[in-house]
Write a protein that binds this ligand. Structure first.
Ligand code: PLP
Length: 490
């Protein structure tokens, strides 16, 4: 039986998985959710012998039910191949007493690769299945990680084009170098004289500009989104929760059936929501520990039952991919936990109008957060004790987990979800390890220094990046995005 998808906000139209992936977001502004969450039809023991691709197929076929076996296998095999620097794709590393699920072995060395390696194939297949003949144009505003992962995912994919807008002065040196050196005829990268919000707001406006959409449709183009509001980005992330569990059983840290916790460094709530789906599907998960940085809107929500952005300043931290106040995917959790489109819609309306809403999540989640100082501390003491080097986002999770243990004494085995390679944030990682020595280190010099300090080689994707040819030089005013898109798509 097909699993159908519907909006979190009450729009009654039901769509198939592939239609939800093409549309990205529901007509009423809600997010697509599965009408019912399927249960796994394989045993935890069977799972132990599956490789990543086999497991991905066994999980995704239950969620994306209107894709045929051939279609899904084509998407999975195209995505999870030698682009990843380990055949394990998502290995669990052990350091001291901690288990780190490393999701950074793809082409852009951050966890967005897990979903954005497969999304282009899911989308292209969906377009074909649903008779969409137009060229698909992916518009993305990025604060750094999503843009590059989407560029790599869509580069060279026939029938698609990708345009990425980034704040000219708002991304790290490595992130900018990764984007402006992107190859591929169908890629386009544009700097904005403005901040991330300017870019994001302008892109959202284009998505709802019906006149522009109609004109571009005449010219043979349709827009789509590579953000985590797209269910096609969320579903592939469920897989690695099962995969991590199987690795713990195989290394005899737990027995099949034992419960585990996952601690997840969270921004837009996409990653941790995939963990929630995994638990609902039958993975024995005790707590999902939601780790925030100084922008601790989610921590306060889990502690108090009130989500509020009122009187909250946006704080720039050393974990930029988690600097976020409106956590889009939480809407999906609210829907599943309230069992009500009306209530979900009312909460979202309240967030828009008053900047807050109330809802108590009973069980199954814990919220923690770490300040910048605590994040640096976690990098340093873990390095000192185990020689394991983690990035600033992963360190937010590690510090949060240690606080959680101090508060609860919970003995459940835990997995820390590791979302980026330390090389992506090398300068801050070095500063955490030795603040005096590395106070003024240059961003690219930091890569070579980290190689010496950590003893692990610079990942291939960013080796020599400072010497690569800059292929994208366009910079526009923040009011010019629409004009740019209109002119580009002639
Ligand atoms: C995107 C990102 C996160 C946050 O993930 P969400 O799904 O948005 O919660 C954490 N760490 C890194 C490195 C990221 O790129």
């Amino acid at each position: 039986m097909d699993i159908m998808f519907k909006s979190t906000r009450g729009d009654r139209a039901k769509v198939t998985a592939s239609q939800a992936i093409v549309k990205g977001i529901a007509e009423d502004g809600g997010l697509y959710v599965p009408e019912s969450i399927p249960k796994i039809d394989f045993s935890l023991e069977d799972m132990l012998s599956f490789g990543y691709r086999e497991l991905a197929y066994r999980v995704l076929r239950l969620v994306l039910t209107d894709y045929t076996e051939d279609e899904l296998k084509y998407c999975i095999n195209s995505a999870y191949d030698s682009k990843f620097d380990t055949s394990a794709i998502a290995p669990v590393a052990m350091a001291g007493n901690d288990n780190f699920l490393e999701l950074f072995h793809g082409r852009t060395i951050a966890f967005k690769d897990m979903a954005l390696s497969i999304l282009p194939y899911l989308l292209k297949t969906a377009a074909k299945k649903n008779g969409v003949d137009e060229e698909i144009v992916i518009l993305t505003a990025t604060s750094g990680d999503t843009g590059k992962a989407a560029l790599e995912g869509f580069a060279g994919v026939e029938g698609t084009q990708i345009i990425v807008f980034f704040p000219e002065d708002g991304v790290s040196a490595v992130q900018k170098a990764q984007m402006v050196t992107q190859t591929g005829k169908n890629t386009c990268v544009v700097g904005i004289k403005g901040n991330f919000d300017d870019a994001q707001t302008a892109v959202k406006k284009i998505f709802t500009d019906n006149e522009l959409k109609a004109e571009l449709k005449k010219r043979g183009y349709v827009f789509s989104s590579a953000n985590s509001i797209n269910i096609g980005r969320l579903a592939p992330q469920i897989v690695y929760y099962f995969y991590a569990y199987a690795q713990l059983v195989n290394s005899e840290k737990i027995k099949a059936g034992d419960k585990v916790n996952f601690t997840v460094p969270t921004g837009n709530f996409g990653d941790i929501l995939a963990g929630y789906y995994a638990r609902e599907m039958g993975l024995p998960v005790n707590k999902l520990i939601c780790a925030s940085n100084d922008n601790k809107v989610l921590y306060d929500f889990f502690k108090t039952g009130e989500y509020t952005i009122k009187d909250r300043e946006f704080i720039v931290t050393v974990s930029p991919s988690m600097d976020i106040l409106i956590s889009s995917n939480l809407e999906r959790l609210l829907y599943h936990e309230s069992h009500s489109e009306e209530k979900t819609k009312a909460m979202m309306t309240s967030l828009g109008a008053d900047g807050s809403y109330k809802f108590v999540i009973d069980d199954g989640f814990a919220g923690e957060y770490a300040t910048v100082a605590e994040t640096f501390e976690a990098i340093r003491y873990t390095f000192d004790k185990t020689h394991y080097v983690m990035d600033t986002h992963t360190a937010v999770a590690k510090a949060s987990y240690d606080k959680y243990i101090a508060e609860t004494g919970d003995k459940t085995p835990n997995v820390i979800v590791s979302t980026a390679s330390p090389y992506k944030f090398a300068k801050d990682v070095l500063k955490a390890i030795d603040s005096e020595k590395y106070a003024d280190i240059e961003p690219f010099e930091a890569l070579y220094e980290l190689e010496k300090v950590s003893g692990t080689p610079i990942p291939e994707p960013i080796k020599g990046i400072e010497k690569r040819e800059i292929l994208h030089k366009t910079v526009i005013e923040r009011g010019e995005l629409k004009k740019f898109v209109e002119n580009k798509l002639r």
